[in-house]
Design a protein around this ligand. Structure first.
Ligand code: SAH
Length: 350
């Protein structure tokens, strides 16, 4: 934007002014940018435009969780979720329309893959949520204090667009979030994990779900491309020099599949040496899901084994279930067009 303004014969700081208008004041109309001259506002309206995803529905759960269904170019739809808690508000954003990874227990994975979201479509989710939650124009008031890339899609398969969106999330002239409060979650795209570490100081979450290759191949087919040993080495590299931080490992609890104390002990062994926090996610059902959620007792037993071994372990409370906004329940509207990832990369069929 600075380059464009220079081309218009304007000083570069005008770009900062515009970014502040858009991302701190929630203004998406040049006419309202009152510290820009009238002639410049006119020129800008001629050569730039604001494109926002259109809100199809906004639902509010009995627990305060909100879910937006947003129309994106091409007539497809994505979902974004806001989870309020006493000490923070987390926005869960989507990075793709659908998802190509086909994790066996995930509703998004079942519906196929549409396309990558643009940077504008990713940051547009934040803008729409911030406007709806009254975050503009008061920079001090923060309904959205944290962002997680845990909506639809695999963020590290849309690396460039996700990275540009992250830059705006962290930029003091835009959302100014601390790097610890922005988390990229991946099913284990090993090469991109290394790139991310070089490029951005954000936090990382890894969707593990199984402590050995046989089981993980079944649940997360991407494991056939990047098996556990490679993934865990990538986690060690990511955690290097991050002395105060740990990687969050997500582990969806599936009754009779991955939830026994033996699995927990195996998990302790594989995480050995990695600064880690484990997030246990009770499986959220969806039509035709084919799994059962682990019992509260099984989850507690599993947690106790990890905790006893010194691994910090939290059980994620299910939020927004009554509006299908919980983990793995986001479906939007996807026209699957592309071949799915692991078929492309490994030739495997399922
Ligand atoms: N593709 C990225 C981002 C999605 S994050 C990743 O895999 O990390 C969404 C998290 O919810 C992932 O850990 C995913 O495995 C988990 N999940 C998917 N379906 C679920 C379900 N039905 N119940 C509970 N968790 C689920």
């Amino acid at each position: 934007m600075a380059a464009l303004l220079c081309a218009l014969g304007e000083p570069a700081f005008r770009a900062t002014q515009i970014v502040k208008w858009v991302h701190q004041h929630g203004v998406a109309d040049f006419e309202q940018m009152t510290n820009l001259g009238k002639a410049l506002r006119q020129r800008l309206s001629e050569c730039m435009c604001f494109e926002l995803p259109e809100v199809i529905t906004e639902q509010i759960s009995s627990d305060g969780t909100r879910k937006w269904m947003l129309r994106v170019a091409g007539g497809q739809a994505i979902e974004t979720v806001h989870i309020p808690e006493p000490d923070r508000g987390t926005l869960c954003v989507s990075s793709q329309v659908g998802c190509p990874l086909e994790c066996s227990f995930c509703a998004t994975g079942r519906q196929g893959f549409g396309r990558n979201l643009s940077t504008a479509e990713i940051i547009g989710q934040l803008w729409i949520a911030a406007r709806s939650l009254g975050q503009f124009p008061r920079p001090g008031r923060r309904p959205i204090s944290n962002i997680v890339f845990m909506g639809m899609g695999e963020p590290l398969l849309n690396y460039d667009n996700v990275l540009r969106a992250i830059e705006l999330m962290l930029d003091d002239n835009a959302y100014g979030l601390s790097r610890r409060r922005v988390t990229v979650s991946t099913a284990g795209m090993v090469p991109q994990m290394d790139r991310l570490k070089q490029a951005s100081p954000v936090s990382l979450a890894v969707s593990l779900h199984a402590p050995n290759d046989a089981l993980r191949n079944e649940l997360v087919p991407l494991n056939r491309t990047y098996p556990l040993a490679e993934l865990l080495s990538a986690c060690r590299r990511f955690a290097e020099n991050y002395t105060h931080e740990s990687i969050t490992f997500e582990y969806t609890m599936l009754d009779g599949v991955n939830d026994t104390p033996a699995h927990a002990r195996e998990l302790v062994r594989v995480l050995n040496g990695i600064p880690s926090k484990v997030n246990l996610i009770p499986w959220n059902p969806f039509p035709g899901g084919g799994y059962r959620r682990s019992s509260a007792e099984a989850i507690e037993r599993f947690r106790a084994v990890l905790q006893h071994a010194g691994v910090i372990t939290l059980t994620r409370r299910t939020r927004g279930h009554d509006i299908d906004a919980a983990c793995g329940q986001l479906v939007g509207r996807v026209q699957a067009r592309a071949a799915r990832y692991h078929r492309v990369s490994t030739g495997a069929s399922s």
